[in-house]
Design a protein around this ligand. Structure first.
Ligand SMILES: Cc1cc2nc3c(=O)[nH]c(=O)nc-3n(C[C@H](O)[C@H](O)[C@H](O)COP(=O)(O)O)c2cc1C
Length: 340
């Protein structure tokens, strides 16, 4: 169990915020498969403060996802404070501040990872948001701007001093983007120096690595991002290992059911057309490593029609189950969205 401020999570596993990925359908699936906490994609504080409809829509979620953390990004402490108030009013159970995003359009405005270059700005922002925010507050950081400026201990200390309830550290530098390896020794350093919970993040691509990260760093929670893309079962698998059991991979039937659930939920939220386009990318992860998966994915090129995609999926899983002598339960093939 992990406690962040007054909030007790059911376990120590957190689904990382990922722009374009961790929308409500994906978060709901991760939650059902064991994540103790899910986080929205990063949401623009400026957009929220101006009431931009498209931005405000990022705050939507399914009741079953709760507790839900909403991640906000921005450069101005007062606008971030206003955004925090808005997201709490809209039902966020936690607020998370993004201080790690390396995307050029974010850092050029002094937001995301750019904040790490300016400890005073970090202090002003965390203080302002803390004052405005009535729910637990967390901050997600990287190791610093660049290896020459590895100021993670200073930044994490400021965040704790200003009253945040937990820190998440992804131990790469902003300038590194996603290259190289996450240096877990940095997580251990942060953990040793803080009293509030420290959540470790970076390169947990297999369930065993979550346990290894906790053992090597002493971190209180583990956040999984890319390792859950195409494999949301990773949360259940980590929980299995924590209980001393073998990690249960999904069988074909479960894999197909979850893909169809994901598709049905996406269609409900963004419409069949956009869901079909998005599913094409997601299927890459969901079918990775399965037999004939590249020719299956190739067969999707140019298909945007919901029913055609469902038939292609049916055919593919039908072939796989015949190949393996496994039955794919037709009762569970197409969950009605009403039951989701
Ligand atoms: C496609 C993508 C989008 C991301 N979007 C966000 C984001 O909105 N906010 C954030 O704090 N981190 C974001 N990240 C970073 C992840 O939250 C996480 O820190 C990073 O992927 C390292 O964890 P992993 O190795 O488990 O993936 C994103 C990463 C990816 C791959």
């Amino acid at each position: 169990m992990l406690q962040i401020g007054a909030l007790k999570l059911k376990n120590r596993l957190i689904m990382a915020p990922m722009a374009g990925i961790t929308n409500p359908p994906f978060r709901l699936i991760a939650k059902r498969l064991g994540a103790g906490l899910v986080v929205t994609e990063m949401v623009s504080a400026v957009g929220l403060s101006r009431g931009h409809e498209k931005t405000v829509r990022y705050l939507n979620g399914f009741p079953e996802e709760k507790p839900l953390s909403v991640q906000i990004f921005g450069a101005d402490p007062q606008i971030m404070a206003m955004a925090a108030e808005i997201v709490v009013q809209k039902g966020a159970d936690l607020v998370d501040i993004n201080m790690g995003c390396p995307a050029r359009k974010v850092v050029k405005n002094g937001s995301g990872g750019a904040l790490l270059r300016n400890p005073t700005a970090v202090r002003d922002m965390v203080m302002a948001v803390r004052k405005a925010c009535t729910v637990p507050l967390t901050v997600k950081i990287r190791a610093g701007w660049s290896p020459d400026d590895a100021n993670f201990l200073e930044i994490a200390g400021i965040i704790e001093d200003c009253g945040a309830d937990a820190v998440t550290i992804h131990p790469r530098f902003v300038k590194q983007g996603f290259s190289g390896q996450a240096d877990w020794r940095i997580i251990r350093e942060v953990k040793r120096n803080l009293s509030i919970p420290v959540i470790g993040n970076g390169d947990v691509f297999k369930p065993e690595l979550a346990l290894q990260m906790r053992e090597e760093t002493g971190c209180d929670g583990v956040m999984v991002g890319r390792g859950a893309m195409g494999n949301p079962w990773i949360f259940r698998q980590i929980l299995d290992l924590e209980k001393g059991l073998e990690a249960r991979p999904p069988d074909l039937s479960e894999r197909k059911t979850v893909i169809l659930e994901h598709f049905a939920l996406l269609s409900r939220v963004i419409g069949e057309n956009r869901a079909s386009k998005m599913m094409r990318g997601l299927l890459l992860g969901y079918t990775k490593g399965l037999p004939h998966s590249s020719s299956f994915r190739g067969s999707f090129t140019g298909i945007n029609d919901f029913n055609t995609m469902i038939s292609a999926l049916d055919n593919y899983f039908g072939t796989l189950s015949r190949d393996r002598g496994l039955r794919v339960d037709s009762e569970r093939e197409r969950p009605g969205v009403g039951e989701l």
